[in-house]
Design a protein. Structure first.
Length: 119
């Protein structure tokens, strides 16, 4: 079982910055991909950014150049951080951390954290 604990988020003015962190407590499983998704009211959940165990990153076009995802692998935890700069009102959403464990053929989700960008 993988537990994800998210932190960060909040209210910021347009042009500001926020940092989201997610700590995954891993047991004997290896997390292959960790990432952040977001869901705005009335919209589907969408990928924001993800990072593989080898460091390969993928970003949504809408956040390229503004967001940076990074990953730190410790002995029993994996931490993924999303640095969000130059925030826009359209970045307002609930952001969810996600961890994919290929050996189990499943993924895990955090509880979500609200990001609100005011204009």
């Amino acid at each position: 079982q993988v537990q994800l604990v998210e932190s960060g988020g909040g209210l910021v003015q347009a042009g500001g910055s926020l940092r989201l962190s997610c700590v995954a407590s891993i047991s004997r499983f290896s997390i292959n991909v960790m990432g952040w998704h977001r869901q705005a009211p009335g919209k589907q959940r969408e990928l924001v950014a993800r990072i593989a165990s080898g460091g390969t990153t993928v970003y949504a076009d809408s956040v390229k150049g503004r967001f940076t995802i990074s990953r730190d692998n410790a002995k029993n935890t994996v931490t993924v951080t999303l640095q969000m700069n130059s925030l826009k009102p359209e970045d307002t959403a609930v952001y969810y951390c996600n961890a994919v464990v290929s050996s189990l053929g499943t993924s895990y989700w955090g509880q979500g954290t609200q990001v609100t960008v005011s204009s």
